[in-house]
Design a protein around this ligand. Structure first.
Ligand code: ADP
Length: 181
């Protein structure tokens, strides 16, 4: 399952898959504020990368919600992991801004480090409870706005773990673009 959309000079892809086997230069981890392995996608990334990833994460002294930190990829195919901490869904107005900040901070960190391709999981929509529909609109809206103004990032992939999430992101992409694919 793959949906592709050109945004300016860059490509946005939505795929169903496992982010730990992605071959983009960087993958994003939906981390916790201690940057410890934990469960969900973070546990899977740490298992695939090996124990050296946690050793490097420890040196960062955690990460605030909405911010992002860069490490190596170790045993992953990706050269880098960008760790960002999504908001725990509370139903308050602050949630959306914090989630938007995760995508924006991760993209800025990639740009600052000359990274040209990046894969995202669906941040906050697992253990942190953010409704996927709302989260997908924030994720795609933020990525599309960024790609329109930052040509240095050539490829962004949204990697969804379930068919349902893939379909939700696909529908949201159509809405955000305001056209049928
Ligand atoms: P959060 O705490 O930010 O909610 P989770 O890891 O619980 O993070 O979930 C975020 C999303 O990542 C969920 O949609 C979950 O299904 C998905 N996910 C879990 N494992 C993987 C994986 N290996 N690749 C891609 N997505 C994954």
């Amino acid at each position: 399952m793959l949906t592709r959309q050109e945004i300016g000079d860059s490509m946005l892809e939505i795929v169903k898959g496992d982010i730990t086997v992605e071959e983009t230069e960087s993958i994003v981890n939906a981390a916790n504020d201690r940057l410890s392995p934990g469960g969900g996608v973070s546990g899977a990334i740490h298992r695939a990368a090996g124990p050296m990833l946690w050793q490097e994460c420890k040196k960062h002294n955690g990460c605030a919600t909405g911010e992002a930190k860069l490490t190596g990829g170790y045993n992953l195919k990706a050269d880098y992991v960008i760790h960002t901490v999504g908001p725990v869904y509370s139903g308050s107005r602050d949630d959306a801004g914090k989630l938007k900040s995760c995508y924006y901070s991760s993209l800025c960190l990639a740009s600052d480090n000359g990274i040209k391709s990046i894969s995202f999981p669906s941040i906050s929509t697992g253990i942190f409870g953010y409704p996927v529909r709302e989260a997908s609109q924030i994720a795609l809206g933020t990525i599309i706005d960024y790609l329109k103004t930052h040509k240095e990032i050539k490829l962004v992939r949204m990697v969804l773990f379930s068919t349902g999430d893939y379909e939700t992101y696909r529908t949201s992409l159509e809405e955000v673009l305001g056209e049928d694919l």
